[in-house]
Design a protein around this ligand. Structure first.
Ligand SMILES: [Zn+2]
Length: 211
C-alpha cells in the first residue's frame, strides 16, 4: 500500500491518500479545501479509483473539499455522528471562524463507532473514538502497518485546541491516554496538521499530555 500525504487548504490540513494498486482502489482520509486536483492526479498515476472518504472529524478545514471529492468519485463517506451537525450544516462553523468559507454539506453514508473494524484495500483498520478536540473526532488505526490517522486529537509535541465549541481538555487528555497511548509504542501517528510522530515519542516528549 502506498501512502501519500497531501497538505492542502488555507491552514495546511493533511489529507492522507492510501492507494492499493494491486486492487486498483484507494481510500482518502480527510478532504481539505481544494485538495481534489492533487488527489485526482495521484489516483491517475497509481491507477486507483477512490472507493471511500473517511473524515476524522467535522471541522471545516477537514471537510471543505469533501463535496467536490464525492461529486467526482462517488466515494462512500464515513464519519462519527457526534459531529453530524458540522457535516450537515457546516455554515454553523462560519460563525466561529468569523469569515465566509462557502462550506458545502457532506452526506455521511456510514456512521462510525468505537471499536468498529473497517475492511478495505485488502487490510483492516480499527476505529477509535477520541473526543475532546471536538465531539466526533475518531482515529483510524491500520493494524498491519501500526499507523494511526488521528485527526486533530494529537500532534507532534502538541494536542488539538479545546477552545472551540464542543472542545474539552480533560476529555481530550483522557482520549489520548486511553485510545492513543494504549497503541503499540512504535505506532506511527499521522496528525491532521504537521509532521508525523510515534506513540512512544509523544508519551516521552509531549508537553501537554505526558505518559
Ligand atoms: Zn479540528
Amino acid at each position: 500500500m502506498n501512502l501519500h500525504v497531501v497538505p492542502a487548504g488555507p491552514i495546511q490540513t493533511n489529507a492522507y491518500l492510501l492507494c492499493e494498486p494491486a486492487r486498483g482502489e484507494a481510500v482518502l482520509i480527510d478532504a481539505p479545501g481544494g485538495v481534489w486536483p492533487e488527489i485526482e492526479a495521484i489516483l491517475a498515476s497509481e491507477k486507483c479509483r477512490l472507493v471511500e472518504l473517511w473524515l476524522t472529524h467535522g471541522h471545516w478545514d477537514h471537510m471543505q473539499g469533501a463535496a467536490q471529492v464525492v461529486r467526482a468519485t462517488g466515494a462512500k463517506t464515513r464519519g462519527h455522528a457526534a459531529d453530524r451537525p458540522m457535516f450537515e450544516t457546516p455554515e454553523m462553523m462560519e460563525r466561529f471562524m468569523g469569515e465566509h468559507l462557502g462550506l458545502k454539506p457532506v452526506k455521511i453514508d456510514g456512521w462510525l463507532s468505537q471499536g468498529e473494524r473497517l475492511a478495505v484495500l485488502g487490510t483492516e483498520f480499527e476505529v477509535r473514538h477520541v473526543p475532546g478536540h471536538c465531539p466526533g473526532n475518531v482515529l483510524f488505526y491500520l493494524l498491519a502497518a501500526k499507523s494511526a490517522f488521528v485527526g486533530d486529537a494529537l500532534f507532534r509535541r502538541g494536542i488539538g485546541r479545546t477552545d472551540l465549541p464542543g472542545g474539552d481538555f480533560e476529555e481530550l487528555e483522557r482520549s489520548i491516554r486511553t485510545q492513543i497511548y494504549s497503541l503499540p509504542g512504535t505506532t506511527i501517528v499521522y496528525p491532521g496538521h504537521g509532521q508525523s510522530t510515534t506513540v512512544a515519542e509523544e508519551i516521552g516528549e509531549n508537553p501537554y499530555v505526558s505518559g
